[in-house]
Design a protein around this ligand. Structure first.
Ligand code: GLV
Ligand code: MN
Length: 195
């Protein structure tokens, strides 16, 4: 859903300041075939964390040739039982392919309907733009998903961190009222996110 390009390519000059939409182009005379490939997704992400998951991004910041082209990809590594927590992408729909393991993928519509499916190798699932979604490894051993986006920089608002580890912190009263729990519960959750 990014704007259409007005030239064949515009490899980002990440040292220049971003302009309104994306980055200025590196001089075409300095562009080589090397610019159009990337090893950004070649390594397994480190899943040794509280969620047991790691998202590695190949967006315009990691792969400058994507600038102006309206596409990007992530790899999502999930340890056994791992969760990529509920989040949304304000600027893109997301198309997932499971490459390894057994994964529960779900999203929730703005009408509060939950759609989900357990997927295995080779199966696809699509997340409509902006909707809250997650992936959870429900099989034995590691799982791997490749996710792709119709934006060079889809953005991600990860609900637990957005709500409980914003800087500065969202007032406890707002969260206790929103979730209808005591402020001590809010403090417990904030503490888990180092806030
Ligand atoms: C998975 O949902 C991702 O955003 O890569
Ligand atoms: Mn996502």
């Amino acid at each position: 859903s990014d704007p259409d390009p007005l030239q064949d390519f515009c490899v980002a000059d990440l040292t220049a300041s971003p302009s309104v939409n994306g980055f200025p182009c590196k001089a075409a005379s300095a562009v080589t075939a090397h610019d159009f490939s990337s090893a950004a997704l070649s390594g397994k992400g480190n899943t040794s964390n509280a969620f047991g998951s790691k998202v590695t991004a190949a967006n315009v910041l990691a792969f400058p040739a994507l600038n102006t082209l309206g596409v990007s990809m992530n790899r999502v590594d999930l340890a056994e039982g791992g969760l990529n927590p509920p989040h949304t992408h304000p600027r893109a729909s997301e198309l997932d392919i499971v490459l390894k393991g057994k994964v529960l993928i779900g999203f929730i519509t703005t009408g509060n309907v939950y759609y989900s499916k357990v997927l295995t190798r080779g199966e696809l699932f699509v997340i409509p733009r902006g909707l809250v979604h997650f992936q959870r490894n429900v099989g034995k051993g590691d799982a791997l998903i490749i996710t792709s986006f119709n934006s060079q920089l889809p953005g991600a608002a990860v609900l637990p961190t957005t709500l409980f580890s914003a800087k500065p912190s969202i007032p406890d009263g707002v969260l206790s009222q929103a979730f209808q729990v005591e402020e001590s519960v809010v403090d417990d959750i904030k503490a888990k996110f180092g806030s």
